[in-house]
Design a protein around this ligand. Structure first.
Ligand SMILES: *Cc1c(COP(=O)(O)O)cnc(C)c1O
Length: 374
């Protein structure tokens, strides 16, 4: 285990409350059973992977107590579905791949994914405040590698320095806002020194799952590195609470633009009424809905995917109901590394039995399965 992890979340009297909250997060099946009466499907996960955090099989379990307390004991609760594992996570469909977006083939430096000409994504850490059960980067996330090393950061920054077409660095992972302020500052300053003109995009679910982490100090820190925007992930209206509202408003009031990416998820938000309420609620809190994503073909996530035709119907309703500033772009990241494309009803025309054919922005054709409803 690298020296940079393992000690991070130890409880000490002097550490800020958010670190103590993370240290207290639920991570074991035993604790989960004390909180929920687990269904057969949920127990089935632990039968396949008794200690998900220890043996590396499956995606780690971590639920901060703040998020846990938003869940109800109903097995169909949309928040519970996002954080409590199910047996289906060990089922793999033929078209599901460990690295569904072929990120490894676009990795010029360790942890740096450069797929699009003007922007690249840096895997700042593999740690998250909560491990979302629908995670598409589950082959990397929560594997206890911890934060990027000093050397990895220097190599990635040097690459940005030597690649003039790059204009933007997306800090992702894992969740970069689980890093301590000093480590975050080192990361931002190293990239900025190599390229003073870079725009930063911080991709984080922390405002939604651990809003106490968004302290005034953190907002000020992020503001100092402008131009910097934060992209978060609200998936359900019940995630909009007084605490998460305070977190996003603190960032916006500090001068940081806020965007949101929602993942379309079966049993969570697969209804136009739910998404309408979500997107309007975000706009009212000064967060701009940016993307609505069709589920990626990551292993063990079929139970979360909405069949593409049905997804398009949901989006068509939203287009009729929502203001332009409340309507995100509906997009899919094409399998086999085809990249992100916006989806329109016309996109779904060329079809063979069982498959949609979708064209990437550079004109190549990719197949996306027409899955049976799960
Ligand atoms: C999604 C993504 C981006 C950002 O794409 P936008 O359309 O600008 O949001 C950049 N790099 C990688 C590797 C991505 O997956």
């Amino acid at each position: 285990m690298p020296a940079s992890c393992g000690t991070w979340y130890t409880k000490t009297m002097s550490s800020p409350p958010w670190i103590q909250d993370l240290a207290r997060a639920l991570t074991s099946p035993g604790e989960l059973r004390r909180f929920f009466s687990l269904t057969g499907e949920e127990e089935g996960y632990f039968a396949s992977s008794p200690e998900p955090d220890a043996d590396g099989a499956g995606l780690s379990l971590r639920i901060p107590s703040y998020y846990l307390n938003l869940c109800t004991d109903s097995p169909d609760d949309p928040l519970r579905r996002q954080c409590v594992p199910r047996r289906q996570e060990f089922e793999q469909r033929p078209w599901e791949q460990d690295d569904p977006l072929h990120e490894e083939s676009h990795t010029p430096r360790p942890r740096l994914i450069h797929r699009y000409r003007d922007r690249a994504l840096f895997l700042a850490t593999d740690t998250c405040a909560m491990y979302c059960r629908h995670c598409f980067r589950r082959h990397f996330t929560g594997k206890r590698q911890g934060g990027a090393t000093r050397e990895e950061i220097i190599l990635a920054a040097a690459y940005a320095g030597a690649t003039p077409s790059l204009r933007e660095i997306i800090l992702s992972g894992g969740d970069p806002l689980t890093l301590h302020n000093e480590d975050l500052e080192t990361l931002l300053s190293t990239f900025r020194e190599a390229r003073p003109d870079l725009v930063f995009r911080v991709a984080s679910r922390v405002p939604v799952v651990l809003p106490g982490r968004i302290t005034p100090e953190l907002s000020r820190l992020l503001r100092r590195w402008a131009p910097l925007v934060v992209v978060t992930q609200f998936n359900h209206p019940r995630e909009i609470t007084p605490q998460s509202t305070q977190a996003v408003e603190s960032l916006v009031d500090s001068g940081i633009p806020l965007f949101n990416q929602t993942v379309l998820l079966r049993g969570v938000n697969d209804h136009p009424d739910t998404l309408e309420e979500l997107f309007q609620g975000l706009v009212a809190r000064r967060v701009t809905p940016y993307y609505l994503f069709q589920g990626d073909l990551a292993p063990g996530t079929a139970h979360f995917r909405v069949p593409l035709g049905e997804a398009m119907e949901i989006f068509r309703c939203l287009r009729m109901r929502l203001s332009g500033i409340a309507l995100p772009v509906f997009a899919v990241d094409l399998p086999q590394g085809g990249g992100k494309i916006p989806l329109y009803p016309e996109s779904l025309s060329r079809k063979e039995p069982g498959w949609y054919h979708l064209q990437s922005l550079d004109g190549r054709w990719f197949r996306y399965p027409d899955e049976a409803p799960s």
